[in-house]
Ligand binder design. Structure first.
Ligand SMILES: Nc1ncnc2c1ncn2[C@@H]1O[C@H](COP(=O)(O)OP(=O)(O)OP(=O)(O)O)[C@@H](O)[C@H]1O
Length: 241
């Protein structure tokens, strides 16, 4: 089966001070096959982040289903999974990366990556070894390993974010506009990182403002406007036409 199957997904928000509800997205259908990278495109406010946040369950989906093929729970509807199941999935199977780094204060980058592994029950020596590997792999300058990331540049924060999310080797990685505030050179670095993740078999769903950036990186593109999933080749033809 598919790694992730989104069926008739929709999400409303309640605007309490106006005593109103607004439909952020509706009738979303697409599937992510094993080993694929799907990019989501669409104009600002069309609901791209809402889809990713609902998969990660930062938001509770209110209609449709988000069927995920879990290693631990088999086929599980993320819209109905218990909090306990979601905690497990976030710890072991599903990662989320955005341009923002929300981390514990006074914790060094090395400790942050180690913590991600210690939480999964890895012994300290393994956490230390794997954290160093991840920080090296994502090219965070070793001078920064024992410093607090509050003063890091956008690119450094992002590389740390990716190291934290991927050190546990998630099967599904959600990328929520990670490159939004990066310069061209840093974007290229992120592109290389994503290529490495793909080559290692990580399944990805990502949002990028920069359509060029997504070109030849994603296998398929989901267009919020047409609500269609098209292959990279079809996207190229559509752009030319
Ligand atoms: N927590 C929330 N509470 C209320 N409304 C929200 C919330 N999150 C998102 N929305 C609204 O839902 C709609 C979709 O937002 P979303 O962030 O998913 O769009 P997007 O396509 O990712 O936009 P962008 O490209 O600008 O990031 C928007 O109208 C937004 O204002």
């Amino acid at each position: 089966m598919s790694m992730l199957e989104i069926k008739n997904f929709g999400k409303q928000f309640t605007i309490h001070h106006l005593d109103k509800t607004m439909q952020a997205v509706e009738n979303i259908n697409f599937s992510l096959e094993a080993g694929e990278f799907i990019g989501i495109v669409g104009k600002s406010g069309s609901g791209k982040s809402t889809i990713l946040k609902s998969i990660y369950r930062t938001y509770l989906p209110d209609s449709g289903s988000l069927l995920y093929d879990s290693e631990r729970f088999d086929k599980i509807d993320l819209s109905k999974a218990t909090e306990r199941q979601m905690l497990y999935l976030r710890k072991y199977e599903i990662g989320y990366v955005s341009q923002f780094l929300n981390v514990m204060p006074r914790t060094t980058s090395r400790q942050l990556v180690e913590k991600a592994l210690l939480e999964t029950g890895e012994p300290e020596w393994v956490a230390r070894r794997e954290a160093e590997k991840a920080l090296t792999h994502f090219e965070l300058d070793p001078k920064l390993w024992d410093t607090y990331p509050t003063t890091f540049s956008g690119g450094e924060k992002l590389r740390l974010n990716i190291a934290m999310a991927t050190v546990k080797k998630p099967r599904l990685l959600l990328l929520d506009e990670p490159t939004a505030s990066l310069d061209q050179q840093s974007k290229m670095k992120v592109r290389e990182i994503i290529e490495k993740l793909k080559a290692n078999g990580t399944n990805l769903v990502g949002i990028f403002h920069d359509i060029e950036f997504m070109e030849s990186l994603c296998d398929k593109v989901f267009d919020m406007k047409t609500r269609q999933l098209i292959t990279e080749a079809q996207a190229g033809v559509a752009n030319e036409g």
